[in-house]
Write a protein that binds this ligand. Structure first.
Ligand SMILES: C[S@@+](CC[C@H](N)C(=O)[O-])C[C@H]1O[C@@H](n2cnc3c(N)ncnc32)[C@H](O)[C@@H]1O
Length: 420
């Protein structure tokens, strides 16, 4: 029994150690500049931040007036490693409140910052921290990677706006991906490489590790992302696509009615069916241009397509839909032909819109589409939702080894469809 508890505390200590990555001020500045208008009159809470070392606290206290903040709160998790803090150690968790510059020097002076002690250890899940969270409008920090799932769940539970750093691996967590698919949360501006200061006791590594002239240890990671539910302009940028669809370069999966796309830049500009695209697509995801969809199946083997953005399920009756799709393809080809002949060329997008609004559809296809949309009533939807299961372990994602093309396993993919 004793041995077990020792092991588990050792394990916890190991995990906690892995969480000490300090964000650089420049990374915070480069991201935060895209959200300035959202901070006016807001209470900002940094809940995994020792204000003595956190650049998040530094950024918000020094930019308090510029952003027009109402209040800044930061909680410091109980000091676990005495050597972490340059200003000496404290076993006591603290929190800080700053309400702006009082003496007119535009600098957050120590006497303007209220330092208060916490009874507990400052864990973001503790009652005290949750009380502070309730006061906050926006939470901004780099939380412990090892607790990312719980951390996000708490922000959603308390309905907070947030801008946080995490690993891109988190995108594929079954607790995180649905939030992205439903547009409850999305990626921020910058994704990719980021370097962090790490504590003295961190072991050197062969790669992505260095010690600077001042003896400070650093680590970098290539798969970092900002996660947020605050709107930003990049989310509204249209992904410009140039490559036309062809069967050879975009093969269909053996087990899903979707084509495989290997590079985000090569998403075909004229394909309106379901596509499996690399996860890095999410960095470019404009929810007005694309939606994330998922395949479902019922006991009888009927296949359905579920749209995360609308919550609607469409029946893909193989034969019927096959006919509709074939008909649409033929219409598209005829339209292209007309375009080639015509001097006033219609854009693909416009002609597609005309096809899908029904202008070129035969009566029979009209009838089938009508039948299908009638089924989109609530009762039908609820019934289907109850009686179908996702064909992938995470709805809307083909995880490694789930997708196959000619028997060969494909990489992890997000399932998307263009919006019409
Ligand atoms: C990735 S580091 C980032 C630190 C700081 N936010 C920054 O960006 O520089 C995560 C921090 O969360 C702290 N932490 C770990 N577990 C925590 C918990 N349960 N509650 C609050 N903070 C925690 C760690 O001590 C660590 O300092």
């Amino acid at each position: 029994m004793m041995k077990k508890s020792n092991n588990s505390s050792l394990h916890q200590a190991k995990n906690a150690k892995k969480d000490e990555f300090y964000t650089q001020l420049s990374d915070i500045e480069n991201e935060l500049k895209h959200y300035k208008q959202h901070f006016k009159d807001k209470v900002v809470y940094c809940n995994c931040d020792d204000p003595r070392v956190s650049n998040f606290f530094h950024y918000f206290s020094y930019n308090f007036e510029r952003l027009g903040l109402k209040k800044l709160i930061a909680t410091c998790y109980k000091n676990q490693e005495r050597d972490l803090f340059s200003t000496g150690s404290s076993e006591q968790a603290i929190y800080l409140e700053y309400e702006g510059d009082k003496n007119g020097n535009n600098v957050p002076d120590p006497e303007e910052i209220g330092i208060k002690t916490l009874k507990g250890d400052g864990d973001f899940r503790s009652k005290e921290s949750i009380e502070l969270l309730k006061q906050a409008d926006i939470v901004v920090t780099n939380p412990p990677f090892s607790l990312f799932r719980e951390y996000v769940a708490q922000l959603i539970e308390y309905d907070k706006k947030f801008l946080i750093i995490g690993s891109q691996n988190a995108i594929t967590y079954k607790e995180i991906f649905p939030l992205i698919a439903q547009n409850t949360m999305w990626l921020g501006y910058k994704s990719g490489d980021m370097a962090f200061k790490v504590p003295k006791h961190y072991e050197p590594r062969e790669t992505r590790f260095w010690i600077d002239e001042e003896g400070q240890k650093w680590r970098s990671m290539g798969n970092i992302a900002w996660f947020t539910n605050i709107d930003h302009s990049k989310r509204h940028e249209e992904l410009i696509l140039y490559k036309p669809y062809n069967e050879k370069e975009y093969p269909k999966y053996d087990n899903y009615d979707a084509i495989n796309v290997n590079k985000v830049a090569e998403i075909p500009c004229d394909y309106y069916g379901v596509m499996g695209v690399p996860i890095t697509f999410l960095d470019k995801y404009n929810p007005k241009q694309f939606e994330i969809v998922a395949f479902r199946e019922d006991e009888e083997g009927n296949k359905y397509l579920f749209s995360h953005s609308t919550g609607l399920i469409e029946l893909i009756e193989n034969e019927k839909v096959g006919t509709i799709v074939a008909e649409r393809e033929r219409e598209r080809e005829r339209e292209r032909e007309r375009e080639r002949e015509s001097t006033t060329t219609l854009s693909d997008r416009y002609s597609m819109a005309r096809i899908f609004t029904g202008e070129y559809l035969s009566d029979d296809v009209h009838r089938r589409i009508d039948e299908q949309s009638k089924r989109h009533d609530d009762k039908w939807q609820k019934q289907i939702r109850k009686n179908t299961h996702s064909t992938t372990s995470i709805e809307g994602m083909i995880k490694n080894a789930e997708g196959k093309i000619k028997g060969k396993i494909t990489y992890a993919r997000v399932l998307i469809r263009r919006k019409r």
